[in-house]
Design a binder for this molecule. Structure first.
Ligand code: ATP
Ligand code: NCN
Length: 218
């Protein structure tokens, strides 16, 4: 059974770094689908400045036309913090115990994994696939990673083709096209009244402009 990719993010706004990660991981790991799950109230950072309905809409516009990409709004409706372990548990309840699930993370998110709520339980619910990200070269991961996470990496390291052999519990790391794009940079660019064109899809930029998001005073 092909794995289903789970890709959570604040997506404030979604950009080509996110979309290439999802596309290249879907191809390399032969994912059936990738579920984009915008965070409601993320546990680890200040509340996103942009309303969830705008972030959902921008993801919807960005992934339209890609038959493998799906928008999943289960986190934004939550009246509380959205913890990934709970999101994966709810997906597991829906999809059954045998369906391989694969949580997609950029390297920066992976390096912070031990700070996540019940992080060690994540491996019982899904595989984890880590994409390289500019600024976080793999040669520095070992030093940047707590010893407990390094032990998990060594014990669980697998190849993409192994992900169909179990429903959860394996770790893969993949180089992807290095795009040094961040939502922070896009927000800063817009607030400075400069153009972020070609860092994100035109439909998303059109939406941002039509809805006057990321203005200098916001
Ligand atoms: N350019 C990129 N290359 C690889 N992974 C990325 C890239 N941008 C984001 N990601 C990954 O996508 C996921 C969601 O990221 P997020 O929505 O926080 O985007 P961001 O650009 O890092 O945002 P911000 O600048 O607001 O922190 C995370 O796992 C993150 O590591
Ligand atoms: O569950 C947690 O404790 C947890 C802590 C930090 C981040 N996450 C999730 O990781 C994903 C990427 O986060 P971010 O900040 O890079 O957008 C997003 O889905 C967050 O909800 C989850």
């Amino acid at each position: 059974m092909k794995p289903i990719g789970i890709f959570g993010g604040t997506f404030d706004p979604i950009h080509f770094g996110h979309l290439r990660l999802a596309e290249e991981m879907a191809e390399a790991l032969e994912l059936a689908t990738v579920h984009f799950i915008p965070a409601g109230t993320p546990p680890h950072r200040t509340r996103p400045r942009t309303d969830a309905h705008h972030r959902l809409q921008m993801v919807q516009l960005a992934i339209a036309g890609n038959p493998r990409f799906v928008l999943d709004n289960r986190e934004v409706g939550l009246p509380r913090l959205s913890f990934t372990v709970e999101t994966l548990a709810s997906l597991r309840d829906e999809l059954g115990t045998t369906q391989p699930l694969c949580l997609l993370l950029g390297a920066d998110a992976f390096l912070g994994l031990t700070t996540w709520h019940r992080w060690q339980d994540l491996f019982a619910l899904a595989h984890i696939a880590v994409a390289h990200r500019p600024g976080f070269p793999q040669s520095t991961w070992k030093d940047a990673m707590p010893e407990v996470l390094r032990a998990e990496l060594e014990a669980r390291m697998a190849h993409p083709q192994d992900l169909t052999s179990a429903a959860a519990g394996l770790l893969v790391t993949r180089p992807i096209t290095a795009l040094d794009i961040s939502a922070t940079h896009i927000r800063d660019t817009l607030r400075a009244a400069r153009s972020p064109r070609y860092l994100l899809p035109n439909v998303v930029l059109d939406y941002i402009q039509a809805n006057q998001l990321y203005l200098p005073e916001n």
